[in-house]
Design a protein. Structure first.
Length: 452
């Protein structure tokens, strides 16, 4: 470390790693010193450092050495309220993140140390969406997060907002499975994001791509785009990799590959609803292994949770409604080489909305084996009103058109192998279904070609 230019050892600037002293002000003063000298590396040696928000500036690295633990302060006043934070797409106040940057460039958080948000000081009030994130760069360019471990985040763990060129590599995230809204990595309205070699074990979605909701003015027309997620392990969250439901600015040009999902409720999860608008398009997903998931792949156009519009029951009508700029669009999704075993609820569940069906889906080399579970169904395949609980069922598709299914193999214990409802121009090549009542069940559909 001694060879690094502009290296600042925090212990030489009044910062105390005793696990008790509140270092918020001392760290802030040190960062101001480094910033006045053009940036540098803020070095945390082994020790336990209690602090509130650390606001990183441009051309600055936080280096957390092995044995270093950053402990989030239990005092809310140590996390200043900010009014330009985007929380689920809305401009509202919220606490600054434990590590925050605003309109900066060339910022890095790396090392072999630990960030412990001590979220148990906040989780008792799960409706409080002002809880601080663990790492929160906003409107930044060139962001690197590498090698660290993050645990017990109070809210979403890594939440870049409107950033460009974000690299997240080799980090581990561990939040308790029952901790509320503790998503792992949530790029929101970001461009050129590369997430690789990470292990994410959380109480909500593991990795989620978002772009605001219901036309927030900060993020209107600002998509989440050019995203790569590869060589990651997702454990025990609500979803392995998720797109939405906050997608009003659009999500496009996404590659997800070479990942393992174990114990996540859903594997690949696309979720939205009427009035959220935006689009999800040009997504390529390949080479994913899954074990003990509820459903390997879902598209849910009737997502029932979150946001002001969730109380408007007309949005969840199964009838065909008018199309407007607030109608969400899902198209051109390519999924291949998926292998899932011990699946609990359904082999797949695709539920578009009738006025804007899912279009251009290609699903190929998709192999699913259900778990042999006893008792009544306990879980819904998707979070939508009027969708019943399921156990060991096949693939269900509704409100879908111009799509291809190729080399599909499902081993189920209930229901039909492959169901289509309100579908148009669907081509199925190589369908193998075992343990089903019927291989296919088709309703209210036209131009369906199936080659078993």
């Amino acid at each position: 470390m001694d060879s690094i230019k502009n290296l600042y050892n925090v212990c030489e600037f009044g910062v105390v790693g005793d696990g008790k002293t509140n270092n918020t002000q001392s760290i802030a003063k040190l960062i101001d010193v480094a910033d006045s000298n053009g940036g540098g590396t803020i070095y945390f040696p082994a020790g336990e450092y209690v602090t509130g928000t650390i606001e990183v500036k441009s051309n600055m690295t936080l280096y957390l050495d092995s044995g270093c633990v950053i402990l989030g302060s239990d005092n809310p006043s140590d996390y200043p309220m900010i009014t330009r934070e985007t929380l689920k797409g809305y401009n509202r106040e919220g606490h600054s993140g434990l590590i925050k940057a605003f309109k900066c460039e060339n910022i890095t958080v790396k090392g072999r140390g630990v960030i412990d948000g001590r979220g148990y000081n906040w989780w008792h009030n799960p409706k409080n969406e002002h809880r601080p994130r663990a790492i929160q760069p906003i409107l930044c360019d060139n962001v690197l997060i590498d090698g660290i471990t993050i645990k017990n985040s109070a809210m979403w763990t890594v939440h870049p907002i409107c950033c460009n060129n974000v690299t997240i590599n080799g980090i581990t995230i561990k939040n308790p499975s029952d901790s509320p809204n503790t998503d792992g990595i949530n790029p929101e309205s970001c461009s050129n994001v590369h997430i690789s070699n990470c292990t994410v074990d959380v109480g909500d979605d593991c990795v989620t791509l978002k772009s605001g909701t219901e036309a927030d003015d900060l993020q209107k027309h600002h998509p989440c785009e050019n995203i790569v997620i590869t060589n990651c392990t997702m454990l025990n969250g609500h979803g392995g990799v998720v797109i939405g439901s906050e997608m009003s600015g659009g999500v496009k040009n996404v590659v997800i590959s070479n990942c393992v999902f174990s114990g996540t409720d859903r594997g690949i999860r696309i979720k939205t609803r009427r009035k959220r608008g935006g689009y999800i398009e040009d997504v390529v997903i390949s080479n994913i292994l899954m074990d003990k998931v509820l459903v390997p792949f879902v598209i849910n156009g009737y997502y029932q949770c979150g946001g002001a519009s969730a109380d408007d029951m007309s949005l969840f009508s199964r009838e065909k409604l008018g199309v407007s700029e607030s109608t969400p669009v899902i198209r051109d999704i390519n999924i291949s080489n998926i292998s899932a075993k011990n699946v609990i609820a359904s082999a797949g569940y695709i539920y578009g909305i009738p006025e804007m069906p899912v279009e251009g889906l290609t699903l190929s080399n998709y192999n699913v084996k259900m778990a042999d579970t006893e008792g009544e169904p306990k879980d819904k395949p998707i979070m939508a009103f009027h969708v019943p609980k399921a156990k060991g069922e096949g693939i269900h598709c509704a409100n879908i058109k111009n799509s291809v299914f190729r080399d599909i193999s499902v081993k189920i214990i209930n229901g039909n192998g492959f169901e289509l409802e309100n579908a148009e121009n669907i081509f199925v090549y190589g369908l193998r279904a075992e343990g089903c009542e019927k291989v296919t069940d088709i309703k209210n559909s036209e131009n369906i070609q199936i080659n078993e």
